[in-house]
Design a protein around this ligand. Structure first.
Ligand code: SD4
Length: 321
């Protein structure tokens, strides 16, 4: 299983894998490969979970989260709650390379992107509009009409001052079938590691919500002296445990990638047994692994691998624990 170079990404997003691989082959760096690979998913709108036109917030707008990390220099660029710009990971890279900062969010991030030459466009599509209106009609609206306090499982504004949700109600369980962020780790022939993510986040989130994907160590982490990791799933829960950072640190301590991934998942599971999530891990010598938390409807997790050994993109699956 150990072979370099290596591209590994969450879910069966094969086009993204091939794009990253081809970027490396044509002389690109791991950082280029991660940017182009995740960027491919933004164009393809992988599973509707990446890029424009998916997962509208409570106001019906699609916003994007992305990050990219250079494991040689430990530099990171990230954007959260990005409006109007389709190429979120491109903007993340611009934050890393053209500013002294790491993480820009919201309207100001969008203005930064526009100033950097990224095209401002409407991220709404007929699909995201339909998703939004049917949610509004079926879930949100009846609550308003009956004037029920936010007591049901739907989170649906307006949020009232003084109304504190019970602990159980504060757990947002993402739909396991419609939620597939791309997270990618790329390692070149000489062991340089880069990692990144791109997503349109959770369906019907409160506007302003930023998930785990753009957070360093949560969505992804890379350190060329060790390896890299990237996570996908219930971001509101997962970001509290920095699973990607944890997995890399476990590999640093000598754990193999599969065990590191499983340990990172188990850590979250101890506190949130029903969380939906998965992680991919690779060490700088090209060994890799993955793990996921078993919940109804999610018992196996597919991920993509492309190495010299495989010769083409291969879909692998891991049994959830
Ligand atoms: C989020 N973690 O915004 C992302 C979504 C995701 O598979 O990964 N879905 O919570």
């Amino acid at each position: 299983w150990a072979s370099l170079p290596l591209v590994i990404n969450t879910w069966a997003f094969q086009h993204a894998t091939s794009t990253a691989w081809n970027t490396l082959r044509s002389g690109g760096s791991p950082l280029d490969a991660v940017e182009k690979g995740c960027g491919q998913c933004e164009v393809d709108r992988c599973d509707g979970s990446v890029g424009f036109g998916g997962h509208p917030d409570e106001k019906g707008e699609t916003t994007l989260d992305a990050m990219i990390m250079n494991g040689d220099t430990m530099e990171v660029g990230a954007v959260g709650d990005l409006h109007r710009i389709k190429n979120a990971i491109g903007v993340a890279r611009a934050v890393m390379e053209r500013t002294k900062h790491t993480f820009l969010v919201g309207e100001s991030a969008s203005i930064f992107a526009e100033n950097m030459g990224f095209v401002a466009e409407d991220l709404t599509t007929n699909t995201s509009l339909d998703t939004f209106t049917s949610w509004l009609n079926s879930k949100c609206q009846p609550n308003f009409r009956k004037n029920v306090s936010p007591d049901s499982s739907t989170s649906c504004g307006p949020y009232k001052p003084g109304v504190v949700l019970r602990e159980k109600q504060r757990v947002q369980h993402l739909d396991v079938h419609s939620h597939d962020t791309i997270g990618m780790v790329v390692i070149n022939r000489t062991g340089s590691v880069a990692a990144g993510t791109s997503t349109n986040g959770a369906n019907h989130r409160v506007p302003g919500r930023v998930g785990d994907s753009p957070i360093t160590g949560a969505g992804a982490y890379a350190d060329s002296t060790v390896g890299g990791a990237a996570a996908t799933g219930d971001g509101d829960v997962m970001m509290r445990f920095l699973p990607s950072f944890l997995a890399v640190e476990l590999m640093r301590a000598g754990m193999d990638p599969t065990a590191a991934c499983s340990t990172a998942i188990k850590r979250i599971k101890q506190h949130f047994p029903n969380f939906f999530g998965a992680i991919i891990c690779a060490n700088a010598t090209g060994s890799y692994g993955a793990a996921c938390n078993k919940v109804p409807g999610f018992t196996t997790f597919p991920f993509m691998v492309y190495s010299l050994q495989s010769g083409n993109p291969i879909e692998r699956t891991v049994e959830c624990i």
